[in-house]
Design a protein around this ligand. Sequence first.
Ligand SMILES: [Zn+2]
Length: 313
Amino acid sequence: MIGAVDIGGTKIAVGMIDEDGCVRSQLETPTDPERGYADALDRITELLRETARLAGCEISGIGIGSTGPVYPLTGEFGNVNFFPAWEGENPVHDLEKRFHVRVAMENDADAAALGEARWGAGKDKERLVYVTVGTGIGAGILLNGELYRGVDQAHPEIGHHVIDPSGPLCACGFRGCWESLAAGPAMVNWMKIHARPDYPQVDTLTAKKICELAVRGDELAKQAVQNEAKYLGLGLANLVTMFVPDAIVLGGSVMKSAPLFLDGIRRVIVASCRLVPFEKTEVAVASLGENANLIGAASVWHYRFSERRCHAD
Ligand SMILES: [Zn+2]
């Protein structure tokens, strides 16, 4: 049984994941980074012990997926915007000392990519791109079964490839990144710009609510969905042109409404990908659901230690 730790900007989820990728127990705590790294480490330790007790098992290894940047091969946090004071701390070494098992960490999008490749919609795909669309856009790339890493172990930031240089200002400081045009908040912004003054509850809209309104036939929400599908499609078409993967797997909160977007996405891919066999790239929806990140964290351990030892080197 693998102890899984998913460290996000707002919460830390901990669970026990069995050999088939099933969640046997699960608890969570707010990240509360201002309480300090030592406090978070104590809480993670406690939750690992408690979830192991609930599942009635011994922990045989621990996998961590964390919002980035992180250094997977040393186990250190980089300069993460949600908890900058934790930079240089090493949860891999610290949890190894406490539990006397092997521990591995990856960026959370890479972890989810590994999870989908091992147990989910990306199973048996050698060339796989996993894309998560929520408040931002993240991605993990597996080429020939290996997690792609850049120089200095850097995780490529595909959500910040530029789609429209005259587009909206992005959280990263540049303009027109994919994330600024196609993440959940971009849908909300589009609605705010295009809604007439009498449109109801425009200030409390979320991507989820816009999708619900579109399903109920609201014309403006339907246009917002079309616009979202176009910009999702442009970024995905770029990925098809650049990697021609076996599959692109779509996860994250916005992709809970994936059926609304898939036709529009496919239309953009057909129109844009002129020089590659785009029809051979499957566009699939993530199948690990709500727990994709937690299950992904467990798959980090399997990837590093149980099948191909060379991944650690
Ligand atoms: Zn950006």
